[in-house]
Design a protein around this ligand. Sequence first.
Ligand SMILES: Nc1nc2c(ncn2[C@@H]2O[C@H](COP(=O)(O)OP(=O)(O)OP(=O)(O)O)[C@@H](O)[C@H]2O)c(=O)[nH]1
Ligand SMILES: [Mg+2]
Length: 450
Amino acid sequence: MNETIAAVSTPAGRGGIGIVRICGSEALRIAAEFFILKHKKPIKPYTIRYGFIYDGGLPIDEALLSYMKAPRSYTALDTVEINCHGGYAVVQKALGLALKAGARLAEPGEFTKLAFLNGRIDLSQAEAVMDIINAESDYALASAARQLSGSVKNRISSLRDEILDVQALIEVSVDYPEYEDADRTVIIERLSGISDKLTNMAAFANLGRALAHGVKTAIVGRPNTGKSSLLNALLERERAIVTEIPGTTRDVLSEKLHVGSLILDLMDTAGLRQSADSIERLGIERTLACASEADLILWILDASCEMNEDDLAVWEIIRGYRRVIGVLNKSDLPPIWDTDGMAARFGIPFFNVSARYLYGLDSVKEHIINLFAAGDITSGDALTAERHKQAAERAAASLQNAAEAAGAGLPDDLISMDLTEAVSALGEITGENAGGDLIDRIFSSFCVGK
Ligand SMILES: Nc1nc2c(ncn2[C@@H]2O[C@H](COP(=O)(O)OP(=O)(O)OP(=O)(O)O)[C@@H](O)[C@H]2O)c(=O)[nH]1
Ligand SMILES: [Mg+2]
C-alpha cells in the first residue's frame, strides 16, 4: 500500500478549474517534479502555493498547489492537489506528468476507499460521499450529509455495543457454569428491544430511499382516462403521446419531477384492461410490475363517465398498496361523482383535476408533499440504502431467533451464536465485516478521482 496514486477529480470537459489529486507517501516529491513554485521556500502543510506546471522545460499552465499532510487529509495519507485551468488538454497533461513521475492512475473511488481502509470513515460514510455527489434534491443532500457525519455509523455501532453487552452477560455463564445463569427474562427483553429498533430502521428504509432518491410514482388506470395527459401536464411538456384511442400507451415512460423538496420518479403506464392484443398485454404486464414496486400510486379515473368494470378491476389490483391517491380527471366536463363520496367509498383521498386545462394539479402536489413530509422521517436517521436495510433486517431476525432460543430454554452457546450473526450483519453496514468483494463492488460505482 505504499503506492502513490493520482487522478483528475473534476469532470472531463472545459471549466474554470481542473483538479489533479495525488495521494500517497510520494505525493509531494512527484508534484515537485513538474510543479515549479514561484517562491522557493519549502511548502508547509495546509497551505496553498502559486506556481507553474512544466513539461520538460516548457511552461504549460499557471496553477495552485495545496498540500495536506498525513494523517490529517481526506485519505489519511499525504495529499497534494493541483488546481490548474479546467481544459481537457491541460488537465490530462498535468495527470500525465504525475504518472510519468511515478504515480499510478487511481481506480474509481480509490481515494475514498483509502479513507475507509485507513479507518478515517466507515463504509456507511464512504457510501454517503457518493450519495452527496448524486443528490438531486434538498432531502437527498440533507440525508446524505447526516450519513456522512456518522448518523448511520453511530446508531449501528451503539446497537452493536448493546448486543455485545448481552453476549458478554451470556458468555460469563457459558465459560463459568458455576456462575448463576444470566437472567433470561432480562436477556429476552433486551434482545427484543434491539431487534425492534432495527426493524423500525429497516421499515423506514423504503421511505428514506424514496425521499432521498425519488418517490416511485406510478400513474395507473384503465385506458383513455388521461394518464399520459396527466404526465404531460405535471411535466409541463408533451412527453407522452396522447390520443382518443384507448390503449395508446404501451411502454412505461418515466421522468423525474421536482415537487417541493421531493423528487418524483413519475411513471406513465399502459391502461389496464382485458386485452387480446399481444403488445398491449406486454404493456399491461409492465404496468403491474411498476405498480407493485411504486411508493405512490395515482389512480386515474374519468370523472365525466360512470365507473366501469375495468376501473374496478384496477382498484382490486391497487387497493392493497400503501399510498394511493384518486385523481378524477376530465373534471372540466360535467363531473358525475363528487370527491367526498368517492373518498368515503374507497377510503383514499380524491382530487378533481383537468389534465387538459391544467386544473387541480397543485392540490395533488401539495397532498403528495404532505404525505411524504409527515412523520419523523425528515428529522430521523432513516436508512436510505437497500444494502443497509437488508443487513438490518438480517440482524433483527438473528436477534429474534436469539430471543426465542432464550425463551425456549436452549443452551447459552446457541443464543450466543445468533448474537454473533447479528453483530456480523451490522458489521456489513459499517464495513467491519464487509468482504473484499462487497467493498470492491461499492467503490467501483464511485466516480474516478473521488
Ligand atoms: N376533456 C378532457 N379530456 C381529456 C383530459 N385529459 C385527457 N383527455 C383526453 O382523453 C383522451 C385520452 O387521453 P390520454 O392521456 O391518452 O389517456 P391515457 O389514460 O394515457 O390512455 P391510454 O394510454 O390509452 O391508457 C385524449 O383524447 C385526451 O385529450 C381532460 O382533463 N379533459
Ligand atoms: Mg397513455
